[in-house]
Write a protein that binds this ligand. Structure first.
Ligand SMILES: Cc1cc2nc3c(=O)[nH]c(=O)nc-3n(C[C@H](O)[C@H](O)[C@H](O)COP(=O)(O)OP(=O)(O)OC[C@H]3O[C@@H](n4cnc5c(N)ncnc54)[C@H](O)[C@@H]3O)c2cc1C
Length: 446
């Protein structure tokens, strides 16, 4: 799961005691922004994932009245923790820190959170065999003048035939996408913008714990759970927000951090309706199906990473980086493979399909040593509906348009709204929460 190739340096600076991603300094008039804030309006944040939690954390620390309205029973969004399944805690959502040159790297240092470099070894399932390396170079998706076509088409163009299909699915799957939908041009541009560092790290505890202890725990009084927002009426000077039980909330500014799938689905009605240009931009941002399945075995018959399965293109030893070592294999399933497994309809059927594939790879050892599974299907979570955003073919500057605020009342954050190449990540989501607080403060001061 080595997602990032480009290494650029970024630094963290502190403004008024808060850690700020350097990416936004040019936009934020750093000396004056947080001074003399005298705002008695109310900011409501929709969604208590990383972006929403961080936005509330900054607003609260600056004495601005704010509240998070969260649809589900827990905060964290695509960060969630599973205990009791293995003898170590498991991240059901985000689990790798993709590079340390970002605000989370700093939080980790400050909080003395233990992380380990993930340099685990890869094996490929290729032509019905497990092999250490591939005959052809698959490193073809980066460079200059790449076309705006799909990974699937480009691979074929470059001579990676059908035998590479699931190797290519794995490469696209790291971006949360089906190879038939991820843009070679768009993703390459995203990678060029990436400046968090190219190493992946795992948490000895969990990613969820970091966000919980360092951010969420400071603002629990601001989070209202079980509150599914269905309508945002910004036609008057005060914004009226309605939930599924017809409860009404009033605000002067709203930061919307729900996943792009939720915005695309129309689950939240805007009054007046958002401009066509904006909804078209939403529709161009990709976000495919995604699930994680944790398989527990009585012995470790499997390799650290197995790439290229037809049912699951990426398996990984979940115990890497943990103190305890229960034999847990993670099936990391994205795109069309996640769509297919979702159609099977039950956790038992999904588990059976994966065990069958692993039996083929390891001569029946999976079934004989299988103990239990835990299926986390993010696609069927009604408030997430998929994995994370990616750049589709023909997307153009949709992300920039999607992100623009509306009438100085609606502000858009969340990983899909990150325009600096850090979408798909927790730190990227956090950066957008911060950016929209800055945008609000700028609008207030104008
Ligand atoms: C399987 C998987 C693996 C991943 N792995 C990694 C990784 O290793 N490293 C990494 O950095 N990132 C990873 N990510 C991505 C990362 O989890 C996300 O980028 C990040 O957590 C998104 O935060 P967010 O605040 O933008 O959105 P979310 O966390 O999705 O938060 C949005 C919140 O809005 C709420 N909501 C939705 N609709 C409504 C509504 N109508 N009313 C009120 N609330 C609503 C949702 O319940 C949710 O809590 C992974 C994601 C998945 C799914």
């Amino acid at each position: 799961m080595d997602r990032r190739q480009f290494i650029k340096k970024s630094t963290l600076l502190s403004i008024g005691g808060l850690l700020i991603p350097s990416t936004f300094l040019s936009a934020c008039r750093k000396e004056t922004l947080f001074e003399d804030i005298n705002y008695d309006g109310k900011v409501i944040i929709i969604g208590a994932g990383a972006a929403g939690l961080y936005a509330a954390y900054i607003l609260k620390s600056k004495g601005i009245d704010c509240q998070i309205l969260e649809a589900s029973t827990n905060y964290g969004g695509r960060l969630a923790k599973l205990t009791g399944f293995a003898n170590f805690p498991i991240d059901l959502g985000a689990q790798w820190l993709h590079g340390k040159n970002n605000i989370l790297g700093d939080l980790i240092k400050k909080s003395k959170t233990k992380i380990t470099l993930d340099d685990s070894k890869l094996k490929y399932w290729f032509n019905n065999q497990l092999v250490n390396s591939l005959p052809q170079n698959t490193d073809i998706f980066e460079g200059d003048e790449l076309p705006d076509i799909s990974y699937q088409d480009y691979a074929l163009q470059k001579g990676l035939g059908n035998e590479y299909k699931y190797i290519v699915e794995n490469i696209a799957g790291d971006q949360g996408a089906a190879a038939s939908r991820l843009s070679v041009f768009g993703n390459n541009l995203d990678e060029e913008n990436w400046n968090s560092g190219d190493d992946d790290f795992k948490f000895q505890e969990t990613f969820f714990d970091l966000i919980d202890t360092q951010i969420a725990s400071q603002i629990t009084d601001k989070i209202l759970l079980n509150t599914i927002i269905t309508k945002i009426d910004y036609s008057q000077s005060e914004i009226i927000i309605t939930d599924s039980n017809n409860n009404i909330f009033n605000a002067n500014k709203v930061i919307i951090t729900v996943p792009i799938t939720v915005l695309k689905s129309g689950d939240i009605q805007f009054i007046p309706a958002l401009a066509n240009e904006k909804t078209t931009a939403f529709s161009k941002i990709g976000m495919d199906a995604g699930m994680k399945v944790f398989l527990k075995f009585s012995n470790k018959f499997f390799d650290q990473n197995i790439i290229g399965g037809e049912i699951c293109a990426a398996y990984a030893d979940e115990s890497i980086g943990k103190i305890q070592n229960d034999n847990i294999l993670l099936a990391f399933i994205m795109g069309e493979q996640a769509e297919y497994l979702t159609t099977l309809g039950s956790d038992a059927a999904i588990t059976a399909a994966l065990l069958q594939e692993l039996d083929r790879m390891y001569n029946g050892q999976a079934s004989t040593s299988f103990i239990a599974s835990h299926v986390q299907n993010w696609t069927t979570n009604p408030f997430v509906k998929g994995a994370y955003s990616y750049s589709t073919v023909g997307m153009g500057d949709a992300r920039k348009i999607a992100t623009q605020s509306v009438s100085k009342k609606l502000y858009f954050a969340g990983e899909a709204m990150n325009t600096n190449g850090h979408h798909q990540t927790v730190h990227g989501a956090i950066e957008t929460g911060y950016r929209e607080v800055i945008n609000i403060l700028n609008d207030i001061k104008k």
